[in-house]
Each structure stands twice: as C-alpha cells, then as structure tokens.
Design a protein around this ligand. Structure first.
Ligand SMILES: Cc1ncc(COP(=O)(O)O)c(C=O)c1O
Length: 358
C-alpha cells in the first residue's frame, strides 16, 4: 500500500514534501534508465504512446518542416491518423512493406525509402512498431537500425507492446532515437507512459505552460509514474519462454480446428510475442463471438481496444488482405502471469467452442 502523505505533494512545489515527490520521480527515471540500459537518454513522461507519438510528429508539423513520414499500415491508429496532417503540410508518406504473416519486408521497403528520399530530398522520420498489438508479430530492432543507417532517419520505436511480452524486451538499441511506452500494458496505471529521448534538443513541447518537463507542461502525475517502477519490479522474473511455448501449441491446435472456416493470423511469422493470439471465423463477426466466450467466463477482444467500437473493424485485417472479414477478428491476450493449467483450460474451452460453431 502507498502511504498518502509520502506521495501527495506536487513535485514542482518548493517545500520539502514537493521535493520528496520530485525525488521519487527522479528515482523512477533512474530505475528506467538502469532497467533498459539507456543511461544517456532523457526520459519524457506523458499520458501514453498516443500522446508521445503525436508530440514527436507535431514537432515537424508545427515547425512546418516537410518530411518523409515512413509508417506501416499495421501500425496503431495513433500513428496512422497523422498521415493526413503530414500531407497537408507538404510532407509525404510512405508505407513499409510486409508479407502475409505480418513480417517486415526489409529489402523491398529499404529500396522504396531510398528512392523516395532521392526524389524528395526530405528528412526521414520513421515509426517502427516493435510488437504489433493485434497480431503479436515482432519486428527486430536491428531492422530499424538498418533503415536508420541507410537514410539517416530519425526512428521512433513504438515499444508499447514489448514489455513482458518478448524475450528481448530490455534490449534496446542506443543508436535509435525514440522509444515510447504506456504503463497500463504491463500492469502500471492507465493514462501514464514515458519515452526515452536520445537528443532532447531536437524536440519542442506541444503543451506549453508550467515547463515541468522540457517536452511537456502540466503537473506531473507522480503516483502514476511510481506505478511504472512498481509494475516493472513485478516483471523482473521473465517467464516468456514457457508462455511462448504454450501459446504456440494453442495456435497450432486452433489453426487445425478452424481449417478453411477462417484463420489464425500470422501463424507462420518469423517472430511473435508470447501472449497474443488472433483469429477469425469467416461466418461470425466478433460481436457475435464475444458474448459466446463471455458465457464461458472468457474475456476476449476484437482487434485493438481502440478500434473495437468502429464499424470498419480492424485495419490490420485489411492490411493483411483479410478486409472482407475485418469485423470478425478475435484477439486473445494471455495474462503474462497465467498458470500452465489455466492456459490449457483456456485452450480446451476455445477449441470446444469453435468446434461447435463450424
Ligand atoms: C502498439 C500500440 N501503440 C500505441 C498504443 C496507444 O497507447 P495509449 O492508448 O496508451 O496511448 C497502443 C495501445 O493499445 C498500442 O498497442
């Protein structure tokens, strides 16, 4: 339990309680740099990756610096929604290429970026999603570094889905420029996150006011910031391998049962996380399936939480060539603390339900 008196004060207040809050935030910052071995980076706290990404891209837009924006159609909507802004201010957008398993096609993508850079002579800013939230497919950071080296790009890594979900979650590359996180993805509070920023001097705040941070005004959310360190502490023991094996068995069995009636997404990807399984049945929209899972006390989602309310369904399904069934995507996310027996029960219940339906 957190003691109220210890954490209550505004970290910008000059009195000793304020200084105490400020020093707690500093110690979280130190533990983040230590955990991820990025001692030379600055830490910028915000409300989550959506705010972080918008802050970085709006830097170009507000300063009217046209640029070549490289993204993937599989990226989160907080990235994709910015394409129009970029084009309106005279910049240009270019999509990275991927195959049917959601893996990056690096060589072909590099060719396109180099060609476009030659044509436009614009600086390149890349959003590189490390782990996809709908498919669980992981794109190695080494490929982002290759892009950076080829065209001197600034690389923003959307690292939101990495912590606790891939074996190399702590192995960040110091050559890349920006990494953004949301705390609620690994057990911290909702509405708080942070970015590692390599060169703070390149960026301006979007929200002006009290200058609490170089990149953001507004009173610091110290309780939520402390939750980041607490959640990371819980994750120190990495059980990725065991979970990944179980998930793989689950995927294989489900794919067999589904057969031609649908598909388990990205089943043959080269590299996936340990907790995301997405599938669709051609005959059943997610809206029909979710209550059937719920009747068995199983909580599943449809695509990403932010697109579940939209009528178009999952943009990731479109990007993977399954647009016809974009509203049918079901995503099962395993809690990283799930016990082996619980996972087996979930697998049995899911398989039994699908068998009844097809
Ligand atoms: C890959 C990815 N990027 C960005 C975000 C946006 O995070 P937030 O809603 O915390 O700002 C999410 C959230 O689901 C995500 O999964």
């Amino acid at each position: 339990m957190l003691a109220k008196g210890d954490f209550f004060a505004n970290s910008s207040s000059p009195h000793h309680l304020g200084r105490q809050s400020a020093s707690q935030i500093l110690s979280v910052t130190d533990s983040l740099k230590d955990f991820f071995q990025l001692s030379k980076f600055d830490v910028f706290y915000h409300s989550g990756t959506t705010e972080a990404f918008n802050t970085f891209i709006l830097n170009y837009v507000l300063q009217q610096r046209p640029f070549l924006f490289v993204y993937s159609p599989l990226d989160h909507q907080c990235v994709l929604a910015n394409r129009q802004r970029v084009e309106r201010m005279g910049g240009s957008c270019l999509a990275l290429l991927h195959d049917e398993n959601g893996d990056l096609q690096l060589e072909q993508s590099l060719k396109l970026i180099e060609e476009q850079k030659r044509k436009t002579n614009l600086p390149v800013f890349v959003n590189y999603t490390w782990v996809n939230n709908e498919t669980g497919v992981c794109w190695p950071l080494e490929n982002a570094l290759k892009i950076k080296k080829a065209v001197s790009a600034i690389i923003h890594v959307d690292a939101t889905q990495s912590i606790g979900k891939i074996a190399k979650d702590r192995e960040l590359l110091a050559e890349l420029d920006l990494y953004s996180y949301s705390a609620h993805k690994f057990g911290g509070m909702k509405g708080v996150g942070w970015s590692f920023v390599k060169d703070l001097g390149l960026w301006q705040p979007i929200m002006l006011g009290g200058s609490q941070q170089k990149l953001r005004s507004s009173t610091m959310n110290n309780l939520s910031i402390i939750s980041i360190a607490m959640a990371l502490d819980e994750l120190k023991e990495n059980k990725n391998d065991q979970l990944a094996q179980q998930l793989n068995q689950f995927k294989q069995e489900l794919a067999q049962v589904i057969g031609q009636a649908g598909q388990v997404l990205c089943l043959h990807s080269q590299n996936t996380n340990c907790n995301t399984l997405s599938f669709f049945l051609k005959k059943y929209p997610a809206q029909m399936l979710i209550p059937l899972f719920e009747a068995q006390q199983l909580v599943v989602s449809s695509g990403s939480a932010c697109s579940s309310g939209t009528s178009q369904g999952s943009h990731v399904m479109n990007a993977l060539g399954h647009g016809q069934w974009a509203r049918n995507l079901i995503r099962i996310s395993l809690d990283p603390t799930i016990k082996s027996e619980q996972c087996q029960n979930l697998q049995k219940a899911t398989v039994a339900l699908i068998q009844k339906l097809i």
